[in-house]
Design a binder for this molecule. Structure first.
Ligand SMILES: Cc1cc2nc3c(=O)[nH]c(=O)nc-3n(C[C@H](O)[C@H](O)[C@H](O)COP(=O)(O)OP(=O)(O)OC[C@H]3O[C@@H](n4cnc5c(N)ncnc54)[C@H](O)[C@@H]3O)c2cc1C
Length: 256
């Protein structure tokens, strides 16, 4: 069996592998990076736009990021952390947009207000506490809260609010809608400008094992030609979405 040598192999062609590949390429353009994807194109699984809600998770509307603690106070630490992480993604995309003319943010990111809507006194009290805690911070400054049905109708015209309902809403104007499928293709476009990068679709990773020298042997099946071949890589990243756990379970490690 022919063995192909690589520096980095990313398994799966979703947003995670593509992002990591681009980060590595920016850090060192001489590193040889290859993505192997089992489907006929990249970004067709969870990353495909039809398969996820597409909110850029920044903690503006996700109520589960601000749980109540034992003293019934809202803990905002997780929302702040996620918000900071999303800011880093925004900075990375804006860096790429400045560096590469071909990388077009308009094709994958749109400004969309993020709203949270609740009914009933218990949830209204929670939303108000959440709003009071978050809006004091710099990251969430400008968040709005309302119990007024007219305001809520204006913010979210498609929500049917009955006159008997007790309701509340928060709105943060500068939320984002992110099309991760288009983003993946934008990044693949600029990644592919380098001869040190390649992406191979219709190639399924069957098994991974670590050699004594700490490099990795990856057994790959080409779905079109029905050939099986071996790739040896210094580093691997398993970005196989839901299949990651199955691949990890198959990994053979050489422990000294
Ligand atoms: C219903 C739903 C809603 C979501 N909403 C949001 C949201 O609003 N905001 C948000 O930020 N995130 C959201 N997510 C999460 C987001 O979509 C995922 O976290 C992200 O797309 C995962 O990307 P990934 O690259 O890890 O995986 P994937 O996109 O699944 O990519 C994995 C790739 O690996 C390939 N692969 C698998 N096994 C192998 C193998 N053996 N050999 C070669 N290739 C292989 C697959 O074909 C696939 O292309 C949502 C997810 C779901 C399911």
């Amino acid at each position: 069996m022919v063995t192909i040598k690589k520096d980095v192999v990313c398994i799966g062609g979703g947003i995670m592998s593509v992002t990591l590949a681009k980060l590595i390429q920016e850090l060192d353009p001489n590193i040889n990076i290859t993505i192997y994807e089992k489907l006929s194109s990249c970004a067709l699984e969870s990353t495909q736009s039809i398969n996820n809600a597409g909110t850029g998770h920044a903690g503006f509307c996700e109520l589960n990021y601000t749980p109540l603690n034992k003293r019934k106070e809202v803990n905002i630490e997780r929302a702040l952390k996620i918000n900071r992480e999303f800011e880093v993604s925004l900075q990375f995309w804006s860096f790429l947009a400045r560096k590469y003319k071909a990388f077009k943010p308009k094709s994958f990111i749109t400004q969309v207000p993020h709203i949270s809507f609740v009914k009933g006194e218990k949830d209204i009290s929670f939303l108000k506490k959440r709003y009071e805690a978050l809006s004091k911070t710099l990251s969430f400054k400008g968040m709005e809260f309302s119990r007024n049905k007219e305001t809520i109708k204006k913010w979210a015209p498609l929500i049917d609010v009955k006159s008997k309902d007790e309701v509340a809403m928060t709105k943060y104007e500068y939320g984002s809608d992110v099309d991760f499928e288009s983003l993946s293709h934008e990044m693949l476009k600029i990644l592919s400008k380098s001869k040190k990068f390649s992406v191979h679709t219709d190639n399924e990773i069957k098994s991974i094992s670590q050699k004594k020298d700490q490099t990795w042997n990856i057994k790959i099946f080409n779905i079109k030609t029905k050939d099986t071949f071996l790739v040896n890589a210094k580093f691997i990243f398993i970005g196989a979405g839901g299949s990651t756990i199955h691949l990890l379970q198959k990994v053979t490690l050489k422990i000294k």
